[in-house]
Design a protein around this ligand. Structure first.
Ligand code: ADP
Ligand code: MG
Length: 273
């Protein structure tokens, strides 16, 4: 399979008046096209920093990031990201919230017919149809005119995912997107959302501190050491065709082996630092 994302020798430090914090040190890994790649590591090891570097919010101090073989800063690839908090706006309806990404990308989206030429109007209409289709598919159609506060935590996260997916991202970055949800909802939403991402064959990088969540969704898991984050190991996860969905994986016999393997990698790290 083609390589989508290459991270080579990436390092990053925060500089403050009180001193320097090296967050990441010489990180290298590849993510394949369509792969679901998870990153785990102790709190403060630089996971969110890594995501900020991948989406361009931070500039690498050393090393490089390539998307489809092109340096990140020159690439035209669309990167979507989803964070722990859903950042839905209470004063907007669900439909208007999920179209927000498109509106920002193209301010005229809010006025679909204002001075738009035929081609643009067609794209906008197509985008709107896609949005409505996604709301239907993901069980939010009846809530298109509702306010975010009328939705459950899980439905809000689905709305946040639709908003991100509307931009048709080439790569999806997810920074602990389920951690604000209660346990039961988290299992359900994780199952939903990872199925959506897999059905659409998106390349995804999921940051999580929840080992079982990583095992339940990922094709591979990158384990980072405690700060400064370095690559400890990259674990291949393969449950075979019978257990594709997270909830099926959690019930598969291999699950606990993977869990113990990951647990050991992290525990060993803590005792040696
Ligand atoms: P993680 O997401 O793995 O918990 P982060 O990437 O958020 O870790 O942070 C890595 C390290 O960098 C932590 O020690 C954190 O305190 C530090 N850090 C994060 N953001 C900043 C910042 N804006 N300024 C200074 N230090 C920061
Ligand atoms: Mg973080």
């Amino acid at each position: 399979m083609k390589t989508k994302l290459e991270v080579k020798n990436l390092s990053y430090s925060y500089h403050e008046s009180t001193g320097e914090t090296t967050a990441l040190s010489h990180i290298s890994f590849d993510v394949r096209d369509g792969e679901f790649f998870a990153v785990v590591g102790p709190s403060g090891c630089g996971k969110s920093t890594l995501l900020s570097l991948l989406c361009g919010l931070l500039k690498p101090e050393e090393g490089s990031i390539l998307i489809d073989g092109i340096p990140r800063e020159k690439s035209r690839a669309v990167i979507g990201y989803m964070l722990q908090r859903d950042h839905l706006f209470e004063w907007r309806s669900i439909l208007s919230n999920v179209s927000l990404g498109l509106e920002i990308q193209n301010p005229r989206h809010r006025f679909p017919f204002a001075r738009a030429n035929a081609a643009r109007r067609q794209t906008e209409e197509q985008n709107r149809r896609d949005l409505l289709q996604m709301l239907r598919t993901y069980g939010l159609e009846a809530f298109r005119d509702a306010r975010p506060s009328q939705l459950s935590g899980g439905m809000r996260q689905r709305a946040a995912l639709i908003r991100t997916m509307a931009l048709k991202p080439d790569i999806l970055l997810l920074d602990e997107p389920f951690s604000a949800l209660d346990y039961q909802t988290r299992l359900e939403v994780c199952d939903d959302i990872s199925s959506i991402i897999k059905t659409q064959k998106k390349t995804a990088v999921l940051i999580t501190h929840d080992l079982s969540e990583a095992i339940s969704v990922a094709d591979r898991i990158l384990v980072l050491t405690a700060r400064p984050g370095r690559v400890k190991t990259i674990l291949n996860i393969d449950f075979g065709p019978g257990a594709e969905r997270p909830l099926e994986r959690r019930n598969a016999p291999e699950f606990s082996n993977y869990f113990n393997q990951l647990w050991k990698e992290l525990k060993y790290d803590e005792t040696t630092v």
